[in-house]
Ligand binder design. Structure first.
Ligand SMILES: [Zn+2]
Length: 141
């Protein structure tokens, strides 16, 4: 049986690997916590300051993404989306160069810079085509 600690370790390791592979030039500048969050219907992840942004940041990932039915690239995509917010200074102490976290497709542009265009498209397609039903079914289990 897989314990919840195994899932926690898996998530932390995945996040650390994505930081290493994509943002090694930027650096983690506060206490960054990455953990599983609620089984939300309307969002897959979010980031917020921990106490305050100088001290730390918390990224929470929708716990439903633990399911084997959700492709791994969807989890990676959601982590990368939240990490991009982190490095763009939203919910973190990195320098903020934009007023709004989503306007002007700044996340998409950052993901593309790291070569994530294809995964972004694949993940968004999966979410668009499957999330509603997947969510509905997972509530019944
Ligand atoms: Zn976002």
């Amino acid at each position: 049986m897989v314990s919840s600690q195994d899932f926690d370790k898996f998530l932390a390791a995945r996040a650390a690997a994505l930081v290493r592979e994509n943002f090694s030039d930027r650096g983690i500048t506060n206490l960054l916590v990455v953990k599983w969050g609620g089984k939300w219907r309307g969002k897959l992840g979010h980031i917020r300051p921990l106490e305050n942004a100088e001290y730390g940041s918390v990224i929470e990932i929708n716990s439903l993404l633990k399911s084997l039915e959700v492709p791994e690239y969807v989890l990676d995509y959601v982590l990368m989306h939240e990490l991009t917010h982190y490095f763009q200074g939203f919910g973190s102490n990195h320098t903020r160069k934009h007023k709004h976290p989503h306007k002007g497709k700044i996340v998409e542009k950052e993901l593309a810079r790291h070569g994530w265009e294809e995964i972004t498209q694949k993940a968004e397609k999966w979410i668009k085509e499957n999330w509603k039903d997947f969510f509905k079914n997972s509530r019944m289990n």
